[in-house]
Design a protein around this ligand. Structure first.
Ligand code: ZN
Length: 105
């Protein structure tokens, strides 16, 4: 392969990846059923571009660096946190479904 061809090939792959991510981000607003437990879930895209199943409803979270729980924001950030806390919550996010699925694993 010539270098120009390689570059074009790489660019094309990058664009396809971007389009796939954009499509996936749009789909993250859709609620679907978990194929294991049938609970309502949605697929969020993490900042690393990975699809992650989360519970259908958002919930408040309290940031805690060593918290035992995880929360995923609609921007795809994953934070260590607790689902209960003192004072005002830090925000609303989604619980990774792997943690709450009754049938998964
Ligand atoms: Zn499930």
């Amino acid at each position: 392969m010539s270098n120009a061809f390689k570059t074009a090939f790489k660019l094309n792959a990058l664009m396809e990846e971007k389009q796939m991510l954009q499509k996936a981000r749009k789909e993250s607003h859709m609620i679907v059923k978990c194929k294991f437990c049938k609970a309502p879930i949605r697929w969020l895209i993490t900042i690393k571009g990975k699809k992650m199943p989360v519970d259908g409803d958002s919930r408040p979270y309290w940031l805690k660096p060593k918290g035992s729980k995880r929360i995923v924001t609609t921007q795809g950030e994953v934070f260590a946190c607790e689902y209960e806390g003192d004072g005002k919550e830090n925000g609303h996010g989604y619980v990774p479904h792997a943690a709450s699925c009754s049938r998964y694993r």
